[in-house]
Design a protein around this ligand. Structure first.
Ligand code: EPZ
Length: 420
């Protein structure tokens, strides 16, 4: 198991390229199950979760051809199975996004219940309820979700009582091959959902309302092959911007889409950062100034992303003033706080609201990763701590960040990965 050793004190500066978005890549790779032909995906990030998804698709009979440019070609002409087994699903709960494609293509699917994870129970009841509107009959037995639509899927009206990113994605993919029209109301508007929709359209799907909370899909008999480039990862981008801001430094991120970072950039400007937005880059400069504390409430897109919450707690921990951070999306996404308190952070936690009183510097300490974004926030905290911080269980980070230590080193951070 690897750990990071982070020695604080450096002011970050320099330029890094943003990798492809994990949360776009996972549903888009799953969409390949719907296509009896070859699809080429470009700008795929090298992440453990992407590897797991490719393994899962391979188990089902999808031919996977990797090339050395970071592109992948998939061919799902001959599917051998419609089962997503527990041994793979338990390592990546996002595997649930194969449910919609399998039902669309094979009118049957068996997907292991994903189980909860550190940040919450992560139920999939809304996925099931919505797919039932498209004619799917479900039973949940032996830890598996078993869905079948003997006569094929039929378009219908879906209203999500709660916004769900992968729930929207599952219904979007199922509706693409359903007979007739499907309307999805209260759909998630995350850019990763729109990237999936754009990909499906390039493969022959008929989707209107992309980017809005109401999607209208006219089902088609079949999709065809094509090529799709994955959008940049806005959460990776936001994480590096916060790391530069916390160290009172600067950075330029290339291959990113500033318009998808509005909520994060607005809060960084409130914290005192000078932000420059380009066509495909964004720059941040603190001009050596200590960040000011900011108040955060997580919301669905285009609101402030829950996946950026932990990173801003780390920023507030060394900011001037007091910042109030409230998590509204997941019920248990504050586990980074006790670890930061061990580093001297002054934080009062009351249910899902953290009151963070900024101090000049944290103290290096051994800390433990619990989930993907909490781990990233502990690395940021280590960058602004006196002494050495060891971050254990970095496999959490490797699920969602491509070579984070190499990119941070390129910005001047003193961080190394050691195998223990
Ligand atoms: C996606 O998870 C992302 N994962 C998460 O990123 C992200 O934090 C989350 O959306 C919110 O933006 C992927 O896209 C692979 P939800 P998802 O369904 O789809 C409740 C990361 O760090 N809910 O939008 O699983 C749920 O419990 C990961 O990259 C139900 O109650 O999240 C949560 O409270 C973490 N029933 C809320 O809705 C359901 O059937 C939002 O969850 C589905 C969801």
């Amino acid at each position: 198991m690897d750990r990071f050793i982070v020695r604080g004190g450096q002011t970050l500066a320099g330029e890094v390229r943003v990798s492809g978005a994990k949360n776009a890549a996972l549903p888009i790779l799953a969409a390949a199950l719907m296509v009896p032909g070859k699809i080429r995906f470009e700008n795929l990030p090298h992440l453990n979760d992407v590897t797991t998804m490719l393994q899962l698709l391979g188990r089902m009979g999808v031919e996977v051809l990797l090339d050395d440019t970071g592109s992948v070609e998939l061919d799902a002409t001959h599917l051998a199975s419609n089962v997503a087994p527990y041994d793979l699903v338990r390592t990546m709960r996002a595997s649930i996004v194969v449910l919609g494609p399998l039902l669309a293509r094979q009118h049957a699917a068996e997907v292991s219940l994903p189980g909860g994870c550190a940040i919450g129970a992560r139920p999939v009841n809304l996925h099931i309820k919505a797919l039932e509107k498209l004619g799917v009959e479900f039973e949940v037995t032996d830890g598996y979700i078993k869905g079948r639509a003997p006569g094929g899927l039929v378009g219908g009206k879906v209203l999500f009582e709660k916004i769900t990113v992968t729930g929207t994605e599952n219904v979007l993919m199922a509706a693409a091959l359903a007979r007739g029209e499907t309307i999805i109301e209260n759909a998630a508007r995350e850019p990763e959902v729109s990237d999936l929709a754009d990909c499906l359209v390039s493969l022959g799907a008929h989707i209107e309302g992309i980017g809005t909370d109401t999607l209208c899909i006219q089902g088609v008999p079949a999709l065809h092959g094509g090529t799709h480039r994955i959008i940049p990862d806005r959460i990776e981008a936001g994480t590096f911007l916060v790391a530069a801001a916390a160290t009172r430094g600067s950075c330029t991120l290339t291959d990113c889409i500033p318009a998808q970072l509005d909520a994060t950039l607005m809060k960084l400007e409130e914290a005192g950062a000078e932000i420059t937005r380009g066509e495909d880059f964004v720059s941040l400069d603190m001009h050596g100034q200590r960040p000011r504390a900011v108040n955060i409430t997580t919301l669905e897109y285009p609101g402030f992303a829950t996946d950026m919450q932990a990173q801003f707690v780390a920023l507030n921990a060394v900011a001037e003033g007091t910042g109030i951070v409230t998590e509204t999306i997941f019920e248990n996404r504050m586990m980074h706080i006790p670890e930061m308190q061990r580093m001297g952070a002054q934080i009062d936690l009351n249910a899902a609201t953290a009151t963070v009183m900024g101090i000049e510097r944290l103290r290096g300490a051994p800390v433990m990763s619990t989930d993907l974004r909490a781990s990233a926030s502990l690395v940021v905290a280590g960058l602004v701590a006196d002494g050495e911080t060891t971050v254990d269980r970095v496999y959490h980070i490797d699920r969602g960040y491509e070579r984070i230590e190499e990119k941070l080193r390129r910005l001047g951070a003193d961080i190394e990965r050691v195998r223990v």
